[in-house]
Design a protein around this ligand. Structure first.
Ligand code: SF4
Length: 445
């Protein structure tokens, strides 16, 4: 039997995803394409006919993990030679055919702009003696238009509104592996959101590397997009990520106060509290501009919760620069922080800077910063105790028989309740604020 004949009968697909929400959504899209080609998902790599590893290259450590993860599948391929192994995502885009030197048993290397070709490449994989490599950047990213039908009882969905980035922050590999910024047409996005609402979705998260600059050029702008989604019947909550402080305009800030469905949470990476380091990073804003925007946002929307990304140990970062970062945290009092040690990435401008902050110093700074943030997160969560929160119920909690959901300001709440509450927004009285979540009880007056 040829591979093509096998594919026509369908088969089992195993997919492993690394990295950001963009990658998670790309994996959903790849799954949809493969399901349309007759495949069904399996949670066991051993049962699969096709294995996809969707990779992330944003930092060195996850990239190394990718190589060991793919290497793990070599034995499966030896036992089952017709197994098709696909490496997709940012590492595939970055390394292209060169990754095959280390991973000779891989059948397909699939770049970030070539997702649409996945089923046809899989169908051809068994017929070709050599691995297939597709990493060309396209004028128009076709996969942006793949609509993933939500699974039954799902309340939230991702919607990609743009792909790529034009900012070229000095440390960041994204523009090299995702390409230049491309926005989807506004009407297409609205139609997708309306379809999702009809399928029972209550909350959409708009995805892009730099969502605030959506529509740069001709497709409308981000504020208009938010206004139109706010009018879609059935949608109750709108979230978006990732925002960039330089493009976080007064008009976007006003949306938090004026559009009822825009949730009171923003993820606004600041990366460093030192203006000297921010300039070296090429971020396009100062610490003062960042804090000013937060002040305006809080004056218009006092309930807003804030999360951010921060990097420690950027080249030349001194103790004084690091103290500036801690001081910024003290001033803003973030609800959550995603913190990383700097690691140089090839192709970026910072690759040529001296990586001169000692590994031990990076570790110490990261630990100090995380300790400070953990205390702040706990204090902010404790401050919710006794409050009644509107919780959109997403499903069952992992550890107990409780239900789990989120507040509008993106805090996880677990509470006891009946299954039929899934998909509804219900009042929950918060009893205990813990490090990672809130525990509450259904509020009945
Ligand atoms: S804004 Fe900067 S950090 Fe974010 S994706 Fe673009 S280049 Fe990377």
């Amino acid at each position: 039997m040829t591979m093509r004949e096998q594919n026509n009968q369908g088969g089992k697909l195993f997919i492993r995803t690394f990295g950001c929400q963009m990658n998670v959504h790309d994996s959903e899209q790849m799954t949809k394409l493969m399901e349309d080609a007759g495949y069904s998902l399996t949670g066991q790599a051993e049962d699969a006919d096709v294995i996809i590893v969707n990779t992330c290259s944003v930092r060195a450590k996850p990239e190394q993990k990718v190589f060991s993860e793919v290497g793990r599948f070599r034995l499966l391929k030896e036992k089952k030679p017709q197994l098709v192994i696909v490496v997709a995502g940012c590492v595939a885009q970055e390394k292209g055919a060169t990754m095959l030197a280390k991973l000779q048993f891989v059948d397909i290397v699939l770049g970030t702009h070539n997702i649409q070709e996945l089923p046809s490449l899989v169908a051809r994989a068994g017929e070709k003696a050599k691995p297939l490599v597709r990493t060309e950047f396209q004028e128009r990213v076709e996969s942006l238009g793949i609509i993933v039908a939500p699974a039954p009882k799902t309340t939230s969905a991702f919607v990609t509104i743009m792909q790529g980035c034009d900012n070229f922050c000095s440390y960041c590999i994204v523009p090299y592996v995702r390409g230049r910024e491309q926005s989807r047409p506004l009407q297409e996005i609205i139609e997708e959101v309306a379809c999702l609402a009809q399928a029972g979705i209550k909350e959409v998260t708009l995805l892009g590397q730099n969502v605030n600059s959506y529509g740069k050029g001709s497709n409308g702008n981000f504020v208009r997009l938010l206004q139109e989604i706010n009018n879609v019947q059935g949608i109750e909550r709108i979230r978006f990520t990732t925002s960039h402080p330089k493009d976080f305009s007064p008009e976007v800030i006003r949306c938090f106060a004026e559009l009822e469905k825009v949730c009171e949470h923003i993820h606004l990476p600041f990366q460093s509290g030192s203006n000297r380091i921010l300039a070296m990073m090429g971020r396009g804003y100062t610490r003062e501009e960042y804090t000013e925007k937060i002040k305006t946002l809080r004056s218009l929307c006092p309930e807003i919760a804030l999360s951010a990304d921060v990097i420690v140990g950027f080249p030349t970062e001194t103790e004084a620069d690091f103290q500036d970062t801690l001081a910024l945290m003290e001033e803003i009092k973030f609800d959550n922080l995603f913190s990383f040690k700097y690691s140089p990435r090839p192709s970026t401008r910072a690759w040529n800077f001296p990586d001169d902050v000692a590994a031990l110093t990076k570790n110490d700074r990261l630990a100090a910063l995380q300790k400070k943030q953990m205390a702040q997160t706990l204090a902010n969560n404790k401050a919710r105790e006794g409050k009644i929160e509107a919780v959109l119920v997403e499903g069952f909690a992992k550890k107990k028989n409780d239900l789990t959901g989120r507040t509008r300001d993106n805090r996880v709440v677990n509470f006891s309740g009946e299954e039929d509450l899934i998909g509804q927004t219900v009042p929950v009285r918060i009893r205990v604020g813990s490090q990672n979540s809130l525990q509450g009880e259904l509020w009945r007056r």
